[in-house]
Design a protein. Structure first.
Length: 188
């Protein structure tokens, strides 16, 4: 079962549990809120800690790859030359942004529309997603940056289809092609 399908199954399961728990009861809301705030604080702390570790490690190994064209935004593929340190910090920023946007979205849902269920779900699911984040796996859990954790990280598409053409490419041919395209100002 791929990660996205598993997430979907977990959401459906958590929704069922949430239904049983009578979350709209004012007595319970305090627990849901505390749980949510606790989890988000934990994730933000992890981000902060990761930034410290990545900067301290200062892994300046060169990293070169081709970022694939983005389907929905018309952004062409681009040639990227960076270091492991800067790449990781970039990915960390993505995680941070995702978390902050999520918190903003949940505040609107909860405080404005008075939904409590999403708050409960967003207290559980991000724990799994953060645990699976390659940066957490490498820098916190000390796993080697190989295989699935090799930079550049694979990005899961909608429903987790790891279609090759959408993945960052690291082979010489792709890099050469992308370099040439960007040098001559051509787009894709
Ligand atoms: C990181 O390493 C680079 C090159 O090895 C060096 O120039 C730089 O000063 C180092 N930065 C820190 C913060 O240690």
């Amino acid at each position: 079962m791929n990660a996205q399908v598993l997430n979907l199954v977990i959401i459906l399961f958590v929704v069922q549990v949430a239904r049983k728990l009578d979350l709209e009861n004012p007595e319970n809301i305090i627990y849901v809120r505390s749980g949510y705030i606790g989890v988000q604080t934990l994730i933000l702390s992890i981000c902060y800690y990761l930034a410290t570790i990545i900067k301290k490690k200062n892994d300046t190994t060169a990293l070169e790859y081709v970022e694939p064209a983005k389907r929905l935004t018309d952004e062409p593929s681009k040639h990227v030359e960076t270091t492991n340190r800067d790449y990781d910090l970039g990915k960390l920023q993505e995680l941070l942004k995702q978390t902050v946007i999520g918190i903003g979205f949940m505040m609107v849902l909860h405080l404005w529309f008075e939904f409590t269920q999403p708050l409960f779900i967003q207290s559980l699911l991000p724990l799994k997603i953060t645990y699976e984040n390659p940066l957490v796996q490498i820098h916190l859990l000390g796993k080697p940056a190989e295989g699935d954790l090799k930079r550049p990280f694979k990005t899961a598409g909608l429903f987790g289809n790891l279609v090759d053409s959408q993945q960052p490419q690291t082979d010489k041919t792709s890099i050469k092609k992308a370099k040439k395209a960007s040098n001559s100002g051509q787009r894709d």
